[in-house]
Structures are given as C-alpha cells and as structure tokens.
Design a binder for this molecule. Structure first.
Ligand code: PEP
Length: 250
C-alpha cells in the first residue's frame, strides 16, 4: 500500500536558530504519531542539526535540492552524498522554482535523481504546468514530458523509491489552489502514465502528493481523493500550527 505523506518545503526561509525552533515545536506537536508520514524540507545548512534533533521522532528530513555531480570542483554545490551524510532521507528535486530560476533541465534532473538514489535518498520529484499551459489545456502533455525526460529511464525498482509531487505552478504561493476535481483528474492521469510504463503494482504503490497553496482549510478536500496521497507544502509549512492542521487532515 502506498503511503500518505505531508512534506514541508521551507524554501529559503528560517535562519538555523528559527529552523531549530520550528523543528522542535513540530516534534512536540507530533508526539502522538500522525496518520501519515511527515517530512520537512530544510535549507542545506539546517539538515545536520535538524536531522539530529528529529532522530527517533516520526518526522523525516529532506533536502530541497542536490548537485547534479557526484563530487569535485563545483564550488558552492552540495552533493547527494553530503545530504545523506547529514541523516536526511529525502531530497526534493525538480521544484518549479529550481526549473525556472536555476535552469534545471530534464537532463540535469535525470542526473540529480540518479545521484539521490545512489545515495539512498528518496526523491520527491516535482512536476506541473505553468498557467499558460493550463489555459491551453496542455497540463497532461507537460507532466508526461517531465516524467519521460527525467525519471522514466529508471528501473521499476528505482522508480518505486520515488515520491511524485504534482504542483501546478500557477497555484504555488499564489493562494490559487487546484480544485479537488482538477487535482484528482491529473493525479489519476499521472498514475495511469506510471502504470503504462511500470505496471499496475508500481503505480498503485506510488505516492503522488499535491502542492500549491494547500492549507488547513483545503487539505481534507484534496486528500479525500483516491489518487491524492498527501501534500507538498510551502507557505503553510513555516508555522507549526498551519502545518499540523494539514497533517491532521489525515
Ligand atoms: C511549493 O513551493 O512546493 C508549494 C506548494 O508552495 P505553497 O504551498 O506556498 O503554494
């Protein structure tokens, strides 16, 4: 059975001290095990401290990115091996902000996914269309190309280690959420693509998260759908109370 997951993405927010405070608050708030897996994605410099702090808790830690090279003369980059050495277990890859602002192509992302997997990190691989593509009804072809370009090269065994996150770019940080019907429709399509490529069992076991202005008010309506297995949360992951409200939707 696939897992339900609520994953936070702090992006470039929180100093180390603020991050430690939020992680501590979350750990205390989730002392009673929630009905889903909980992951927090933090900036690189927080990973080691936050992973140590959350050891033995029900909260897993994710990096928000990793390098597309294994090691060497790449000043300022952080490798998948370095991420794994902090105790983090997940790595968010392919976020639309990385694609848009840092030129992450299908090929670059393909390499990042392979390196994350080689280092036993579970990628949370983000896909989703921009507003113009949704308006032109091209969302299905966009997500198909993103999957084919960066992750459909994987073996079924490796693909099984991925979590997918459908994030319509027009809904990220905008307050515009995809309706539960819109989200369910494309999540079902994404699962059908996985099924066509890897078979029904792999598709049924694949967690597909929704991301884009998800909050404590709309989460339950989204998560009630058969193919929506949780959320990737930006803004609402920055406050314990807001994040916990989404977790409590399960
Ligand atoms: C995100 O950036 O992954 C995201 C879903 O952001 P927000 O929840 O703020 O829309």
């Amino acid at each position: 059975m696939r897992k339900n997951i609520v994953a936070g993405n702090w992006k470039m927010n929180k100093t180390l001290q603020e991050g430690v405070a939020l992680a501590t608050e979350l750990k205390n708030a989730l002392a009673t095990k929630p009905n889903c897996e909980v992951v927090i994605g933090t900036p690189f410099i927080h990973l080691a401290t936050v992973s140590e702090l959350l050891k033995g808790s029900c909260i897993e830690v994710a990096a928000e990115n990793c390098a597309n090279k294994a090691s060497g003369a790449y000043t300022g980059e952080v490798s998948a091996a370095m991420v794994a050495s902090t105790g983090a277990t997940y790595c968010i890859l392919g976020h639309s902000e990385r694609r848009a602002y840092y030129g992450e192509t299908y090929e670059i992302l393909k390499d990042k996914v392979l390196l994350a997997l080689e280092n036993n990190l579970k990628p949370i691989f983000c896909i989703g269309e921009v507003k113009e593509e949704r308006e032109a009804n091209k969302q299905n072809e966009v997500v198909k190309a993103q999957l084919e370009g960066s992750v459909f090269n994987l073996s079924a065994e490796d693909f099984g280690k991925l979590v997918l996150a459908y994030e319509p770019v027009w809904a990220i940080g905008t307050g515009l959420t995809a309706s539960p019907e819109q989200a369910q429709e494309i999540h079902a399509y994404i699962r059908s693509l996985v099924s066509d490529k890897y078979g029904k069992e792999v598709a049924e076991n694949c967690s597909i998260l929704y991301g884009g202005s998800c909050n404590g008010k709309n989460a339950a309506g989204l998560f009630a759908n058969a193919d929506i297995d949780g959320g990737l949360i930006g803004g609402a992951a920055l406050k314990c109370e807001d994040f916990k409200a989404i977790i409590d939707a399960f």
